[in-house]
Design a binder for this molecule. Sequence first.
Ligand SMILES: Cc1cc2nc3c(=O)[nH]c(=O)nc-3n(C[C@H](O)[C@H](O)[C@H](O)COP(=O)(O)O)c2cc1C
Length: 192
Amino acid sequence: MSTHTLGLIGSAAGGLENIRTSLIEPAITRGWQVAVTLTPTAGTWLEDTGELARVETSTGLPCRVAPRMPREASPHPPIDCFLVCPASANTVAKLALGLADNQALTTVCEAIGTQGVPIVVFPRINAAHARQPAWESHLSALNSAGVHLLTGDEYWPLHEPRGAPAGKDLPWARILDAVDSVTPGQSTSSTD
Ligand SMILES: Cc1cc2nc3c(=O)[nH]c(=O)nc-3n(C[C@H](O)[C@H](O)[C@H](O)COP(=O)(O)O)c2cc1C
């Protein structure tokens, strides 16, 4: 029986196509229940490949993309830790500015202002995104708010656009290790 629920937020960036097999199923193996929310573009990507339905089967919960109706209850349980992965440059920028114009951002923006729920963000960006003049201030704002940013060469070396080595994968186990380590009462079980 799971004791912790991971709120996984996926945006439209590389690696999204693998979240079920590389992130959700390993998290469930580590003892997490996983509740997935996607940005609208990420939702269309996973719907297009049939992955969205498979994610719902794996998690046993609806995958949220659109906001609920006011008369509806939230389909997700309370969350113990949020993980934004992969986080596009766009979603990171909006989070830093507090823009909540989709369900994924609404969920995380509110969590940033809620004490006691850790938030981990893995920006899956390239060197051009990082040179955008506002990028450093976005990271600084999120860092000041207590968000755990998984940046730097040990997580994701920055390549020029379309310059990443073929087949380069996200450091899935290390990302889950970070989630485990910031969640009180969740034991780390690295597979690295
Ligand atoms: C095939 C493809 C791959 C992309 N990969 C990335 C990526 O790895 N990182 C990123 O920041 N943006 C990437 N983008 C651009 C984002 O999808 C785009 O900025 C989008 O508006 C992000 O929306 P979201 O943040 O609401 O999910 C990619 C776009 C396409 C079409």
